[in-house]
Design a protein around this ligand. Structure first.
Ligand SMILES: [Zn+2]
Length: 420
């Protein structure tokens, strides 16, 4: 008994000694426990001549910060940090230099804080440190000249590596059947939060819940396999979403979004397809906004490199777009039964995420987080189940028609076949 107690006491001492060592060598300890660091609170301190953004942490991660121009932002790169505060903490901090800030997972093992600036700023300090209240992340900014900001941002753009290596794309398990694949793409994620509702509802969360419900309904129908481009809260570049659909040989790609507008009375779902020219001004605005998703995470938006193709490419693209429109019409007629359509539910514009030339693709805008009615629907599990059910029925009809066409190639010279 005595020796047991002694051993327990020794173990306690040993643990104590370890934590003291951890405290004395915080950088090394943080390195070992890098996946365990959480951010618990965030706040801004406005000081004379500068602004300080603080995150209370549970460890001391290495910090890299640099400016990015157009629009002016400060990017703060961290190893994976779990942000555990209210998701809308940074939306309108009311600071003279920091317009807003976002945070979240940027890539596997990497987190990021993106600070939107009201004007040019220089970084006085960006580090993790031990304060009397515990470890914290400190970012101190001061106003500077536009010329200085532009010069440092240009220098960083040369120094920072281009985009991070994209995460390995989710690849479906080897199919046990030859069922067609439907790829569902919950918009945004991680540091890119998408649209926000008045009470802090986030598009990235709303669309992920819907996508999961939709996967469940489609799988229950038994006609198709389903793959989600992301199944948790992480950032994914637009081009990567398209690549996942193409690499998995998808028969249909459905990107799920929700919008917000200053006009709170605008409500209902809209289905978008891709087109060179936008169907209307609202669709053009929507595409422009959604195409900025990569920028929200601090990536430079790449010029949209339209694939130039031969005649087969053009024919395939034309056929794919006609299938996209066909699915869009069908989806809208199914959604009528859920009773929540926009006045003009069928629109088109140049959405980057819909540009796979050989995968029929639509963007389903579930509704507006700025509308009280839509918000009530979007956050209701009952509504989500019904809307996902109707969407799954439209998917089933589309898949069945496509397989019938594929089985009767004589009637349809193109046969719905896709070049490999
Ligand atoms: Zn969106």
């Amino acid at each position: 008994m005595g020796s047991m107690a002694l051993r327990a006491g020794a173990t306690r001492l040993f643990v104590l000694a370890l934590s003291v060592v951890g405290w004395l060598a915080p950088a090394a300890a943080a390195e070992d426990r890098r996946t365990e660091i959480s951010a618990l609170t965030a706040r801004i301190e406005a000081l004379p001549e500068r602004s300080r953004l603080l995150f209370d942490l549970t460890g001391l991660p290495p910090v890299t910060a640099y400016p990015v121009a157009n629009p002016p932002r400060i990017i703060v790169d961290l190893p994976q940090v779990l942000f555990r505060m209210e998701a809308n903490a940074g939306l309108s901090p009311g600071d003279k230099l920091i317009k807003s800030y976002r945070y979240g997972i940027f890539a596997p093992g990497r987190s990021r804080v993106v600070i939107d600036l009201t004007g040019p700023a220089k970084i006085l300090k960006a580090d993790s440190e031990v304060a009397p209240g515990g470890p914290r992340l400190v970012i101190e900014l001061a106003p500077t000249s536009a010329a200085y900001f532009a010069a440092t941002a240009a220098e960083e753009a040369r120094r920072q590596p281009a985009d991070p290596a994209p995460p390995p794309p989710p690849v479906a398990a080897k199919p046990s059947t030859d069922k067609p694949m439907v790829v569902i793409d919950p918009g945004h994620g991680g540091v890119d939060m998408g649209a926000t509702g008045r009470h802090g509802e986030l598009e990235k969360d709303v669309v992920l819940e819907f996508a999961r419900a939709l996967r469940h309904k489609i799988e229950a129908g038994g006609r198709a396999r389903v793959l989600l481009t992301r199944d948790h809260d992480m950032f994914l570049p637009l081009a990567e979403r398209v690549r996942i659909a193409r690499e998995n040989n998808a028969s249909l790609f459905v990107s799920v979004h929700a919008d917000t507008l200053a006009a709170a009375h605008v409500e209902g779902a809209t289905v978008y397809t891709v087109s060179e020219r936008a169907s209307d001004a609202e669709a053009a605005r929507m595409a422009e906004k959604e195409n900025l998703a990569d920028q929200a995470a601090g990536l430079e938006s790449k010029a949209d490199a339209d694939e130039v193709g031969d005649i087969l490419f053009e024919l395939t693209r034309r056929e794919t777009r006609s299938y996209s429109r066909q699915f869009s019409h069908s989806l809208i007629s199914f959604w009528k039964e859920v009773g929540a359509l926009n006045k003009n539910p069928n629109r088109s514009a140049g959405f980057v995420v819909l540009k796979a030339f050989d995968v029929p693709s639509v963007l389903l805008e579930l509704g507006y987080l700025s509308s009280d009615k839509d918000l009530a629907r979007l956050t209701s599990q009952d509504w989500r189940e019904r809307a996902a059910q109707k969407t799954a029925e439209a998917v089933d009809v589309f898949i069945s028609e496509r397989s019938r066409e594929a089985r009767a190639p004589a009637d349809n010279p193109s046969g719905g076949a896709r070049p490999q």
